[in-house]
Design a protein around this ligand. Structure first.
Ligand SMILES: C[S@@+](CC[C@H](N)C(=O)[O-])C[C@H]1O[C@@H](n2cnc3c(N)ncnc32)[C@H](O)[C@@H]1O
Length: 275
């Protein structure tokens, strides 16, 4: 199963237990250890047909969105999300809050938005958000979450698309890729470079990743999964002189696992700014 430009891979879905839905203090950002993220549901298929059926897609985005293929990442992630009523806590990722909380709201792009907590938080801060995820189950939950939080209609555009084949149609002042890991069919480096290409002049790109699996993922098969060190993101992004690296470090945070376990998790946080 190819993952990105290098061999090895990012962590399996079920290993992202830092933000379990039933661990309310954990924020969001990874299945709560209950998913089959060891790759058992993976597919090696490639190449989605270009067709968009998302009812929440804005017209300007439709030409760029492709309905994810039924036997690829969409099936894997839909299956994972369907294992439980809610995967994440519904709270935004801390690194996003710490970053965007200091920025003037503009246009934001949330890549791999999951159940939408980051997008909803951004919208409530005044950002106009485009949120993309390969899972229709996640997108439906995200839209419902936005409605629950009374996000004004039209402030978030939900796109059901595979980032492997989707390109942003415009530019954003903030592009966020929080825990954008996938154990199957995910060209992460290319996706991150496309994300950087979507950042407007003066805008920011935030990438947050698990530096290591949470302790409650012990027993999962990690041998194929490469957890990044900070330099990995910069290698993936291959930024030129038009960029400044503002943050590229490992940060620790306290989290609660699916069975109430407490742990200190380590994330790689990268924030870059286009001049
Ligand atoms: C670990 S979850 C993180 C979700 C959210 N960003 C968060 O921090 O809670 C990874 C998300 O990436 C999505 N994803 C995985 N592969 C994708 C792809 N090829 N295209 C779009 N989204 C993808 C999954 O459906 C999932 O919602």
């Amino acid at each position: 199963m190819p993952d990105d430009m290098r061999d090895g891979t990012r962590s399996a879905a079920g290993e992202h237990a830092g933000h379990a839905a039933n661990g309310e203090s954990a924020g969001q950002g990874g299945p709560g250890g209950g998913g089959s993220g060891d790759g058992s549901g993976r597919s090696d298929g490639h190449g989605a047909p270009a067709r968009d059926t998302s009812e929440t897609t804005h017209a300007s985005e439709k030409a760029h969105a492709s309905e994810p293929r039924a036997d690829g990442p969409a099936a894997f992630w839909d299956s994972l999300y369907s294992e439980r009523g809610r995967m994440w806590s519904g709270e935004p990722n801390r690194a996003l809050v710490e970053t965007a909380g200091h920025l003037v709201p503009g246009r934001a792009l949330d890549l791999g938005c999951g159940e939408g907590a980051d997008s909803v938080w951004l919208a409530l801060q005044g950002w106009t958000v485009t949120a993309v995820d390969v899972s229709a189950v996640a997108i439906a939950r995200a839209a419902a979450h936005a409605a629950e939080r009374a996000v004004p209609e039209g402030q978030i555009t939900w796109l059901h698309a595979d980032l492997s084949s989707w390109l942003p149609s415009g530019q954003a002042d903030l592009v966020s890729a929080c825990f954008l890991h996938s154990p199957i069919d995910f060209p992460r480096a290319a996706v991150l470079r496309a994300a950087a290409g979507a950042v407007a002049s003066g805008g920011h790109l935030l990438v947050v990743s698990h530096a290591e699996p949470p302790p409650w993922a012990a027993g999962h098969d990690h041998h194929e999964h490469r957890f990044p060190i900070p330099e990995d993101d910069l290698v993936d992004l291959a930024l030129d002189a038009a960029w400044s690296v503002l943050v590229n470090e490992v940060r620790e945070r306290e989290a609660t696992g699916p069975d109430g376990q407490q742990a200190t998790l380590r994330d790689v946080v990268t924030l870059v700014r286009r001049h």
